[in-house]
Ligand binder design. Sequence first.
Ligand SMILES: *Cc1c(COP(=O)(O)O)cnc(C)c1O
Length: 371
Amino acid sequence: MQIETIAIHAGNRNDETTGAVVQPITLSTTFIREADGSYPSGYIYSRSANPNRTQLENVLAKLENGADAAAFSSGNAAGMSVFQSLEPGTHVICPDDMYHGLRNQLKTLFAGILEFDFIDVNDGKLLWSYIKDNTGLIWLETPSNPLLKVTDIEKVVSIAKKQDIKVAVDNTFATPVCQQPLALGADLVMHSSTKYFGGHSDLMGGALITPQRNDWWAKIRQVQEMGGAIPSPTDCYYLVRSLKTLPYRVKGHVHNAQLLAEYLEKHPKIESVMYPGLKSHPQYEIAKAQMQYPGGMLSFCVKGGAEAAKSVINKLRLFTVATSLGGVETLIEHRASVEGPDTKTPHNLLRVSVGLEHIDDLIADVEQALG
Ligand SMILES: *Cc1c(COP(=O)(O)O)cnc(C)c1O
């Protein structure tokens, strides 16, 4: 089935007792045990499994063409479960442009537990030179946050496979509508469901998807159940609901992002635009080959430095100045000040999560703010 159909049907289960077309929220934390000690519903206690989470995990797995999925209370909890599933002392190779929250998590919570390097993973020679005997995982994020760098997933997988190293991909920016890393050979996909999956800036969640139920997956499931960083039944319900429109929302975001990127690129006050759908993007060819669509995120640098960039932000009326992404409303932010003093992000860079407003209204707003 096509992704639009999967999104609508794979997370829903009609309710046999009432005939409700939409699955109700099961708030109960505990489930009845029979005299013989069995649990006829299959559910025991909601930290281990809950009917709403089961359906959410089902649709998540199918959207990424995986065998199974695990849902978490946030994207960072999903990422942390991956790092916790590794043997202490494992060496992890990460991209130099990586979601700062996970980079800080590694540096702060996993210092002394895991070893890690942050490098340009697109440089095959460099990647080879960083692989050690204890390297167990290569973490990818493509397109990356906030520079929209695109990594050739198949190329990294081919290097990793020769050394029996796993490859995990943070697919938050792309969503499975734009890119399916498991089909390119990745061993795991990670999402912040807070972003496009939720899509309305009103819930937090995270997800991991596996192509097969192997030993590593069993360990990740153990971290999920024993660690307990699970989403509530209500959050699962709202995510299943939002996922039904994911393919159409993402196609709308992509449509607007492409047109806004083309507009900005021609504007005399703009120094550069980073969007994988532009021919000027350094990895345009890779993006074209491995992505179905170039996504809804873009960054641009304003001529005149940080002050000029901040003044553009302050003049915008329709764009909301806030962090995060993937919601229906357009968000813009001065990324360097969000990431803190050790950031490598250019100080004149603005990151846009292009929303679903009409593109003419978005462009008119940018025009007045730049003018
Ligand atoms: C937001 C985000 C995360 C972290 O997810 P939370 O839901 O905020 O914990 C991880 N990776 C990327 C690319 C993100 O944008």
